[in-house]
Design a protein around this ligand. Sequence first.
Ligand SMILES: NC(=O)C1=CN([C@@H]2O[C@H](COP(=O)(O)OP(=O)(O)OC[C@H]3O[C@@H](n4cnc5c(N)ncnc54)[C@H](OP(=O)(O)O)[C@@H]3O)[C@@H](O)[C@H]2O)C=CC1
Ligand SMILES: Nc1nc(=O)c2c([nH]1)NC[C@@H]1CN(c3ccc(C(=O)N[C@@H](CCC(=O)O)C(=O)O)cc3)C=[N+]21
Length: 302
Amino acid sequence: MNSDVKLADVIDGKAFAAGLRGRIATLAARFEAEAGRKAGLAVVLVGEDPASQVYVRSKGKSTIEAGMASFEYKLPVDTDEATLLALVEQLNADPAVDGILVQLPLPAHLDEQKVIATISPDKDVDGFHVTNAGRLAVGQPGYVPCTPLGCLMLLKDKLGSLSGLEAVVIGRSNIVGKPMAQLLLAESCTITVAHSRTRNLPEVVRRADIVVAAVGRPEMVKADWIKPGATVIDVGINRVPGAVEGKTRLVGDVAYEDVRHVAGAITPVPGGVGPMTIAVLLRNALVAAYRHAGLELAPDAI
Ligand SMILES: NC(=O)C1=CN([C@@H]2O[C@H](COP(=O)(O)OP(=O)(O)OC[C@H]3O[C@@H](n4cnc5c(N)ncnc54)[C@H](OP(=O)(O)O)[C@@H]3O)[C@@H](O)[C@H]2O)C=CC1
Ligand SMILES: Nc1nc(=O)c2c([nH]1)NC[C@@H]1CN(c3ccc(C(=O)N[C@@H](CCC(=O)O)C(=O)O)cc3)C=[N+]21
């Protein structure tokens, strides 16, 4: 490793997210004063996956701390499709609910696409509905998936203009990779979307000024894949065995300890993209509330 050169700047997503939640809380209080009700976010969890339970609890806590109303629905793992769809329809019709999030993945017997398609696009604060994916693709206002929007906020905060930069997104999921590529394209980056069939991935990644890793493979992205000085955004959340037997630890998709000797800036895991996802979810729910109430919110307010 080039241990004589400067280490990468650490992009502190946790701190940035805390600032964002502070601005959201101010605007949530203004919303309550003007609309006469709190902005509301409903979160639906089917089953008892421990990781999902942690996220849902954390979302509920952050929602209340921001001065918004949190509605949590926990359904048993064997819930049938009709019951889940009926709940979504009920939330679509509920004027106290501005945003709806159905925690993914769903148990295998439930059709995720069908559930997402049932959420009203104007309450789809995850930005997963095909209407919002289409709006993003053609540059119309809508809801943008929280994780990629959080990544973009960190990138713009660090780099300012992204115009003309080479960006390589590793991963092409509808939730992270594809919307990330759309956002970077809208910022006038030259984008490459890599995936499991990409030939010579290290060489492709080496041309990037910006690398976004959203793969789900622990520490896959190595130091010699990174152009010196590049900005590296690590979306991966992977639980691996820890130093103490029976304990696990969280690692990203990037070999952080090595890559920070080469990159110019890098997000850590934990404390990078993850906290941004939740803060942006609150942002999207608050934007939804302002829109539903017909109140003005400046486009760059949050
Ligand atoms: N921090 C956060 O808030 C969030 C973190 N995550 C994390 O981000 C990661 C990605 O999530 P998600 O997009 O939902 O995952 P998916 O499993 O849906 O997508 C993974 C993508 O990685 C690609 N891929 C898999 N193996 C390789 C490989 N060897 N080389 C290159 N590409 C590969 C796949 O390619 P192909 O399409 O060809 O199969 C696919 O496009 C996960 O670790 C997840 O936990 C996700 C959401 C939020
Ligand atoms: N409908 C839906 N929308 C989602 O946005 C959604 C989802 N389903 N299913 C699961 C993924 C994953 N996700 C994360 C949120 C926060 C952290 C997060 O806060 N991570 C902390 C660490 C948390 C820990 O210690 O486990 C961090 O990176 O610092 C991570 C991942 C949202 N997702």
